[in-house]
Write a protein that binds this ligand. Structure first.
Ligand code: GDP
Ligand code: MG
Length: 597
């Protein structure tokens, strides 16, 4: 396709402002799908994504559109994930397109993720078309929202497109705006192939599928290609586009988005952001900005039932095939038996993977306390990475313990600024910057990642009623006064609950964890002491009172079936617990014990 007839764009929006509904409408009106196929929303189809209202994998759709100028256009829509854990995936998909539709719910106005996402689009040099959605609602105030977009984001909203994605009103105007207001891509068809690896995933029938954006040159079936960062060579089996179902296509030229398959064995052989070129006639330079996503949060995953270990191994291998930012290695624990130490991009990523293991593969799991990666400067001059506080070596060999720090950027309406500052200070934050944009404050803080991974984002949302947006990047390591805190349940140390904490905050943390565990661990027939200790010294203590009553006691003898049912229910409930010594600890305790509120 001729460059001037291509438009590539993404849709950025706060959750629930209508991104998926608009995408579906665009697909429908351009004839991509039948009504029956439309019934299932196309762009975020995974059950989990739907439930959590997030999109994890970027997806793309190619639309054919005959514009009012009489010309045929190809419009490529790329869907982007919407959560900070996946910020790198968002920024990279943004770099694959030239423009964005900024969708704002006209009855709600600009909200947290509107800002976070639109700044990503601005960073990627996008042309931006504001679209005010839900104007069918009586509460819609398009004029006020236009003004707000200009004040807060600083872009011209006078020509915002007014639509109702639900009724279909204004959708043709959106298509015309895409054609007339977004720039066509540029590129040189004669130059050596230069394509960006935007995304990749594992398909049961096709193997690894790679989403590419061609900058220069032409990609065809049979080509010998090279991944520039790994220098791995492949022969292309298939080239195609998403319409939105995958469809073979003769070639992809400059400005186009599509897929290739090339007998690539696993997703980890493809690096997101990498440059793809021809083996024989490579391009001179890689595309800028390539960086692999590295896992920053680690935790142990163990099957509740040891018999599930092999199933779990298979499931983990399958998930890892499709997710290069998820890492795993086998781990054994005295209390938990065989399991895996796994690495994730953040806590949401962890929860998504754990949910999928439990739901799609039907495996009950114990998740140990998540930890960031610590760096140990050893007395003998070597440096070690610590993925698991349980593996902390004898302190006499350790010169210094370093932890990762982040630079966090938070955008928040004035009213909640105080609450945000307080939260950051509580988490050992150091303020770097505070500026205003309209009635919003932009706060920049240095924070230890350890204080952020567990529940910072949840807390931020709750103290700002969802109006804050948050983004972070890792800045480097700092030596801090860190100690390993152990938790003893019924006088036995539970390694899976060990954490690294700052010395100054150890007492507070220890107390909070003991209190939390007291709520999370059900009463037993005997009393259960819970203690937090540092190097053998107890710093906090709680006791769970003994339970006396039998669960069947309230059945007053008579009804035997009911009694049996209750016992079965109790047994099923137990399945989700794990025994430590004589004490059953429910699986959710391991993560929840770390959440502070
Ligand atoms: P997303 O989270 O941005 O993808 O939002 P969705 O497209 O899933 O829409 C969120 C909710 O808003 C759904 O219940 C939609 O039916 C509803 N919605 C979307 N567009 C409109 C609209 O134009 N008018 C009204 N009244 N509701 C809409
Ligand atoms: Mg959606």
């Amino acid at each position: 396709t001729e460059l001037s007839r291509i438009r590539n764009f993404s849709i950025v929006a706060h959750i629930d402002h209508g991104k998926s509904t608009l995408a579906d409408r665009l697909i429908q009106i351009t004839g991509g799908l039948t009504d029956r196929e439309m019934k299932e929303q196309v762009l975020d189809s995974m059950e989990l994504e739907r439930e959590r209202g997030i999109t994890i994998k970027a997806q793309t759709v190619r639309l054919n559109y005959t514009a009012q100028d009489g010309n045929d256009y190809v419009l490529n829509l790329i869907d982007t994930p919407g959560h900070v854990d996946f910020a790198y995936e968002v920024s990279r998909s943004m770099r694959a397109v030239e423009g964005s539709l900024l969708v704002v719910d006209a009855s709600q106005g600009v909200e947290a993720q509107t800002l976070a996402n639109v700044y990503q689009a601005i960073d990627a040099n996008h042309e931006i078309v504001p679209v005010l959605n839900k104007i069918d609602l009586p509460a819609a105030e398009p004029d006020r929202v236009k003004e707000q977009i200009e004040d807060v984001i600083g872009i011209d909203a006078s020509e915002a497109v007014l639509i109702s994605a639900k009724s279909g009103l204004g959708i043709p105007d959106v298509l015309e705006a895409i054609v007339n207001r977004l720039p066509a891509p540029t590129g040189d068809r004669e130059a050596p192939l230069k394509a960006m690896l935007v995304d990749s995933w594992y398909d049961a029938y096709l193997g690894v599928v790679v989403l590419v954006r061609i900058r220069d040159g032409v990609l065809k079936k049979g080509d010998k290609i090279r991944m520039m960062s790994t220098k791995a060579d492949y022969q292309v089996d298939r080239v195609g586009v998403f319409s939105p179902v995958m469809k073979d296509w003769p070639e992809l030229g400059p400005g186009e988005l599509g897929f290739l398959t090339a007998s690539i064995k696993q997703v980890r052989d493809t690096r997101v952001g990498d440059t793809i070129t021809h083996e024989k006639r490579p391009c001179a330079q890689m595309l800028p900005g390539f960086k692999p996503s590295i896992p920053v949060v680690f935790c142990g995953l163990f099957p509740v039932d040891a018999n599930d270990f092999e199933d779990m191994r298979e499931a983990i291998e399958k998930l890892a095939l499709n997710d290069a930012s998820f890492t795993y290695e086998m781990e054994t624990s005295a209390a938990l038996g065989f399991g895996f130490r796994c690495g994730f991009l953040g806590l949401l990523h962890l929860e998504v993977i754990r949910d999928r293991l439990e739901r799609e593969y039907d495996i009950d799991l114990v998740t140990t306390a998540p930890s960031v990666v610590y760096r140990l400067q050893m007395r003998d001059g070597t440096v070690r990475e610590l993925h698991n506080p349980a593996d902390m070596p004898d302190l006499t060999h350790v010169e210094e313990i370093e932890e990762p720090w982040i630079k966090a950027t938070i955008l928040v309406p004035d009213d909640y600024l105080g609450a945000v500052l307080k939260l950051c200070e509580e988490r050992r934050g150091q303020q770097r910057d505070l500026t205003y944009a309209g009635s919003r404050a932009m706060v920049v803080y240095d924070l230890p990642l350890n204080e952020v991974v567990f529940d910072f984002y949840d807390r931020l949302k709750s103290v700002t009623k969802g109006y804050a947006s948050f983004d972070y990047q890792i800045e480097g390591y700092r030596a801090e006064n860190l100690v390993k805190m152990q938790i003893l349940v019924n006088d036995e140390p539970v390694d899976a609950l060990s954490t690294m904490v700052h010395r100054d905050r150890a007492e507070m943390r220890g107390r909070a964890m003991c209190e939390k565990l007291k709520e999370l661990i059900p009463p037993h027939m005997f009393k259960v002491p819970i203690q937090a200790a540092i190097g053998g010294r107890v710093i906090a203590r709680e006791t769970i009172r003994a339970m006396r009553k039998d669960v069947t006691a309230k059945c007053y003898g008579g009804d035997v079936t009911r009694k049996r049912k209750l016992l079965e229910k109790q047994k099923a409930g137990k399945k989700k617990m794990r025994q430590f010594g004589k004490v059953d600890i429910p699986q959710e305790a391991f993560i929840n014990a770390l959440k502070m509120d």
